[in-house]
Design a protein around this ligand. Structure first.
Ligand code: AMO
Length: 436
């Protein structure tokens, strides 16, 4: 069989839409095999889905039926045959094969066969991630991930944001709390970026509205189901905007993403047994003070000025089904670049976006005056000298600006209903995993 076979192949879904008797060529992987003696049924999987192949004595001949019996799961094959409509086939159509070429054989461990529902531990699956990704459930998750990204880009562009990429090799920390990964950078020490924070702020003084979608690195020592050492962030920064303006962009984007996924990923959501409720904006806004008061009413005591515990987040998640903002956080809980409130500097113009129990984004209004930024750096025990390149920008005309950062995988956990963040990342990196 020659190269031309896969040059004009059709995808599985096209077979299901084809007229009876149409001659088609297909290429893909053997998903499952059912050998009934005189007839062999194979489910072929391609990037588009699955289709049933039939090898029978009548159309295929004895030799081909025997060849089909010797196929194994995940073999790469190319076939040619004609379409037949029948109620008995999944999707209502099948291909009766009269030509078969085995392109490559495969040998997969039985517990990781992609036609089985995942029964084994996630870590075992992650050790053979490429194979694991072939399971239809995973295919659905990452197809949704793609639609989320494409919808986010479309929404942000419609709001006048321009896509940028900032360095991931950096000289200083930006997010106080999270630890950095050091990197040997020629004869110096560099770090992997925890966030594009300072660069996106600087770029807001040039292009006004920028966004970045890219990898971020945090040396998270603790092993939780919602933290990774490497994750994709969607970061936004806007000049001449306050926190309320960028919260509107954030809730608008999340609502748009949910709508797009609902419309464009029906098949995938059905496979994952997910139903997404449409979101109406604006989302609920709760101040930090109101949040700790609501928690006190259910017996969870958070002293003013302390961060919310996981238990507290879970309790709030039960009170607000869906997305809600927590705003006006104590200033000292937020990074140095967040602006303290003018009417009460112990509180700040900041917000976290929660979705149920999970924090999916955080942001706020930024300080745009140099003296105030230097004072805040010092208050947080940071050395302004380490930020001299950034501080210089405040001499060149820094506009008022605001922004936020959202964790893509956190949003994906919500959309797909997965409780472990590693399920929604292709090759997750955490405290214990650096391979594959
Ligand atoms: P923050 O540190 O809150 O804010 O991060 C923003 C969002 O990124 C996600 N996130 C993570 N996701 C997976 N693994 C991690 N280890 C991890 N850490 C954070 C969360 C979080 O809400 N510069 C600010 C944003 C801004 O103000 O613009 C920042 O990085 O969903």
């Amino acid at each position: 069989m020659n190269r031309a076979l896969w040059k004009d192949r059709v995808l599985s879904s096209e077979v299901l839409r084809s007229e009876e008797g149409r001659r088609v060529k297909l290429a893909g992987w053997v998903h499952s095999i059912r050998d009934l003696g005189k007839v062999v049924f194979i489910i072929l999987r391609d990037r588009d889905g699955m289709v049933q192949l039939v090898f029978s004595l009548n159309t295929s001949g004895r030799e081909l039926v025997e060849q089909a019996k010797r196929l194994g799961k995940e073999y790469v094959v190319m076939v040619e045959g004609f379409v037949k409509h029948t109620e008995k086939a999944p999707g209502g159509a099948e291909v009766h094969v009269d030509r078969l070429q085995v392109v490559n054989e495969a040998e997969v461990p039985p517990h990781l066969e992609p036609d089985q529902r995942a029964k084994v531990d996630l870590d075992v699956r992650l050790d053979d991630r490429m194979l694991d990704l072939r399971r239809p459930e995973n295919y659905a998750i990452f197809r949704i991930n793609h639609v989320v990204l494409s919808a986010a880009r479309r929404y942000l562009e419609s709001e006048g944001f321009m896509e940028v990429h900032t360095p991931k090799l950096i000289a200083t920390a930006t997010e106080g709390g999270a630890a950095l990964f050091p990197v040997a950078y020629f004869d110096k020490e560099a770090f992997l970026a925890q966030s594009p924070q300072l660069y996106k702020e600087q770029l807001s003084a040039v292009f006004e509205r920028v966004y970045e979608i890219g990898p971020l690195f945090r040396a998270e020592e603790s092993h939780t189901n919602r933290h990774l050492s490497e994750y994709v962030g969607i970061d936004v920064e806007a000049a001449f905007a306050d926190e309320e303006d960028v919260m509107r962009v954030l809730e608008g984007m999340v609502a748009f993403v949910i709508r797009e996924v609902t419309e464009r990923c029906r098949k995938e959501l059905e496979l994952l047994r997910r139903e997404l409720k449409p979101l109406s904006t604006p989302f609920v806004r709760l101040t930090y003070d109101e949040a700790i008061e609501r928690l006190r009413e259910v017996g969870i005591m958070i002293e003013w000025g302390h961060d919310l515990t996981t238990e507290a987040e879970r309790a709030l998640g039960r009170m607000f089904d869906g997305p809600f903002f927590i705003v006006d956080w104590p200033t000292h809980l937020k990074p140095f670049y967040i602006m303290p409130r003018e009417d009460d500097p112990s509180r700040s113009y900041s917000f976290d976006l929660m979705y149920g129990w999970l924090e999916i984004a955080s942001g706020g209004r930024r300080i745009h005056r140099k003296e105030q930024l230097i004072a805040r750096l010092k208050e947080q025990g940071l050395n302004p000298d380490s930020f001299k390149h950034h501080l210089k920008c405040y001499d060149y005309g820094m506009p008022p600006h605001s922004g936020w950062g959202l964790g893509l995988a956190r949003l994906m956990m919500i959309i797909t209903g997965r409780e472990d963040i590693r399920e929604v990342v292709l090759y997750p990196r955490d405290r214990w995993r650096l391979t594959p």
